[in-house]
Design a protein around this ligand. Structure first.
Ligand code: NI
Length: 184
């Protein structure tokens, strides 16, 4: 297992549609193990493979509270097969959009079909925070971020902030590289 860097906005990879996993293998399980380690360390309650730069349809999550036993779940090729007309609102955040939290409205309940870490077909109906987390992570697999569900005005403001931060970091790095060259 190893900790992997998490891609953040505005990394264009976050917009990729991930490819299905044709066979669940040791390689899939090794990737899931890296994702769990990275997610728990962050800490977060869900992570999609694309967030560590792997464009495959793999999601890990654990919505257990701190005082509960961990409940790690691995979902290969997850697919929403039913969603309720009833909707609910949760304040969401994302490890790829650090320190931004916004209310998002989604179906309150969903049924998800997926393969587990052994490749067995599973189906699960969820509500509450698990339903929200499942939808958030399955969005990642499709290249969709939670900010795509909020107003364009708010989204543009967030994207602008992250683009500006990325540009500033790149310039700082350039300056640092420049001064190293100067003293060499
Ligand atoms: Ni996310």
């Amino acid at each position: 297992m190893s900790l992997r860097p998490i891609l953040t906005l505005p990394d264009p990879k976050l917009k990729l549609v991930s490819a299905p996993i044709t066979k669940v293998t040791d390689e899939t399980r090794a990737l899931a193990a890296d994702m769990f380690e990275t997610m728990y360390e962050a800490p977060g309650i869900g992570l999609a493979a694309i967030q560590i730069g792997e464009p495959v349809r793999l999601v890990v999550l654990d919505v257990a509270r701190k005082d509960e036993e961990p409940r790690p779940m691995t979902l290969v090729n997850p697919e929403i097969v039913w969603s309720s007309t009833e909707r609910s609102v949760y304040e969401e955040g994302c490890l790829s959009i650090p320190e931004i939290f916004e209310e998002v409205e989604r179906p309150a309940m969903v049924t998800v079909r997926f393969l587990d870490a052994q490749g067995a077909e599973c189906e699960m109906t969820a509500q509450g925070v698990l339903a929200t987390c499942l939808q958030h992570e399955i969005d990642h697999v499709e290249g969709i971020l939670f900010i795509d569900h909020i107003s364009k005005l708010k989204r543009d403001r967030i994207v602008r902030k992250f683009k500006k931060d990325a540009k500033r970091k790149a310039e700082e790095k350039e300056d640092a590289d420049g001064s190293r060259t100067a003293v060499a």
